[in-house]
Every structure is written in structure tokens, then in C-alpha cells.
Design a protein around this ligand. Structure first.
Ligand code: AHG
Ligand code: MN
Ligand code: MN
Length: 285
């Protein structure tokens, strides 16, 4: 696992360098979700693929920017599922973006994630690492090296509210719930990059991030293996909750395809409990 952590540290600096210096234009291809790929999406994917090729415990890669499962080292036991550049459409307006990693042992499903990590490329580079059953740890890059800053713990209740998807397509119950949070004093924080948005809620003590089912995207937008499940491990490790629209733990998701999506809600306990009430799913575990 140390090898994987070291590789994630290395790719953080390489991708940050690409973001700062490379062409911001589109490539001439689409990814599996039908989204136009930026040159930076493709480059970030290649940086990760190349760095992980030499890590013998990694048997396969699943990337947002690759069609299926890519075999790596035969004797390896882990599959690395990753979003090489999350929020990449925000680079041209110079907002923070990220990379997300889930490390799975066995079948690719929520129950088998054993560690996850994300990198935030902002004014500084930060990295959060969590192993199953433990609290997440924050690292910050200082003079070209990651320094451990400390463990991340959510408060029982926060103040921030971030909901994705187009409001025009929100379900009535979601709109009523979000309006209710604002009416009770919550502040809107939504950049359009799940990494900085979820990171902000974690470091500011709590709140709610939602990417709900919408009438145009009934299964939500965010991908289970390399966006939703890795962050679920972080939020549960920090003492919060991460559930789908039925109140089921996101760590129990079983995707049938590497690019399957799921509605998702991440937050501190008070907000997720309020969500379950508002959605009428209070009894679902
Ligand atoms: P990606 O850039 O990897 O495709 O992901 C972008 C995601 C996520 O970061 C963000 O929360 C969400 O898309 C924003 O979507 P909306 O604009 O629909 O809210
Ligand atoms: Mn993404
Ligand atoms: Mn991406």
C-alpha cells in the first residue's frame, strides 16, 4: 500500500505541472460517458497509467477516460479505479480541480474498497488518504513534498450546502429539501468540481453535498467506482454518512458496469438524517 501512496504523491506533482503548463484545449475524442475529453484529461490519465505500470501489487486499472478494465501486473491483487482529472472543464476558468482514486481488492463493488485518496489542485496541492475503518488524513504539499497535516473529522452538523444537477430537473422533494436547508441558514457552496466541493465541506466541519437523481439523469451523474465510492469511504471515515436516494450506504453499491453512476449524498450526520426524513427513507439502513 505504501507503493500506491507514493505513486499518488508523484502523480499529484506531475498532473499539477500539466494543469499549469499544458494546452487547455479539447482532444478529438470522447470518453465512455459520452463527454468530450480535454487534452488534459488524456494527459492526466496517461501520467497515472505510466506511474502505476511499475507497481506490482496493481493488477488492473479502471479510468474515467478508458473504456473497460485495463490489465496491468498479473500477480497484483488490487484494482485502481480513478478519475484522472475531476472537474476538468473548470481549468480554463482557473478554479480548483482534483483527481480521485479507489483501491479495490476482489470484485469491483463498494464492499471491496480498501483505501481511497483524492488530490486537490488549488492554490496549494492537497492530498487526502483513507484506509477502510480509519479516519482520513490530510497532507499538504510544501516545497515539493507532502507534509502530514492531521486527521479529518466532521462535526455532527455543518453550515454548507452544495447540490448538483440542474434545478429545472430536480425532483419536487429534492427542491423542497434544499430550499428548507437554505431557509434554516445553510450557505450555498458549489463550484462544479466535486473534489473541492466535498473537500470544503470536510475541512469546514460539515454540511451536505448532493448529486441527486434528476428527471434528465435518473441515475445521477457521478460515477460509482471512481467518484462516489471512494468519497463514501472518506466521509464515513470522517464520521459522516454517504448514501444513495434510497438511504442505502454508497459503500454497498454494486456497479454492473465500470462507468455506472448513482445519485449520491455525502454529509455530516445531522444533514444526512434530515435528508432521510425529507426523502421518506428514514427506516432504510
Ligand atoms: P468530470 O470533470 O470528471 O467529468 O466530473 C465533473 C463532475 C463533478 O466534479 C461535479 O460535481 C459535477 O460533475 C458537476 O456537475 P453539474 O454541473 O451537473 O452540477
Ligand atoms: Mn469526475
Ligand atoms: Mn474526470
Amino acid at each position: 500500500m505504501k507503493d500506491i501512496f507514493k505513486a499518488i504523491e508523484d502523480v499529484a506533482f506531475a498532473i499539477d505541472n500539466a494543469i499549469k503548463n499544458e494546452d487547455l484545449g479539447y482532444s478529438d475524442s470522447e470518453n465512455s460517458s459520452g463527454e468530450d475529453q480535454l487534452k488534459l484529461d488524456v494527459q492526466s490519465d496517461k501520467i497515472i497509467e505510466d506511474r502505476f505500470a511499475s507497481i506490482s501489487c496493481v493488477k488492473a486499472l479502471v479510468s474515467e477516460e478508458k473504456e473497460g478494465v485495463m490489465s496491468m501486473n498479473e500477480g497484483g491483487k488490487y484494482t485502481l479505479c480513478y478519475d484522472p482529472l475531476d472537474g476538468s472543464s473548470l481549468v480554463d476558468v482557473n478554479l480548483s480541480v482534483g483527481s480521485i482514486f479507489g483501491i479495490y481488492e476482489g470484485e469491483l463493488e463498494g464492499a471491496n474498497i480498501i483505501a481511497s485518496a483524492y488530490i486537490v489542485y488549488g492554490p496549494r496541492i492537497e492530498l487526502v488518504w483513507v484506509e477502510k475503518g480509519k479516519m482520513p488524513t490530510l497532507y499538504r504539499a510544501i516545497n515539493g513534498k507532502f507534509k502530514e497535516i492531521g486527521e479529518i473529522k466532521l462535526n455532527e452538523k455543518g453550515k454548507l450546502n452544495a447540490s448538483g444537477g440542474t434545478q429545472q430537473h430536480w425532483e419536487v422533494k429534492h427542491k423542497a429539501f434544499i430550499d428548507g436547508l437554505f431557509a434554516s441558514g445553510y450557505r450555498l457552496r458549489y463550484s462544479g468540481g466535486m473534489v473541492p466541493d466535498l473537500h470544503q465541506i470536510l475541512l469546514k466541519g460539515g454540511g451536505l453535498f448532493s448529486y441527486p437523481a434528476t428527471t434528465d439523469k435518473p441515475d445521477g451523474k457521478l460515477r460509482q467506482l471512481f467518484e462516489v465510492i471512494p468519497f463514501a469511504l472518506v466521509y464515513e471515515g470522517a464520521g459522516g454518512q454517504a448514501v444513495d436516494a434510497n438511504g442505502k450506504r454508497l459503500l454497498e453499491l454494486v456497479p454492473s458496469h465500470p462507468h455506472d453512476t448513482s445519485p449520491c449524498f455525502f454529509g455530516s450526520n445531522s444533514e444526512i438524517n434530515a435528508l432521510k426524513d425529507a426523502y421518506g427513507i428514514n427506516n432504510v439502513k
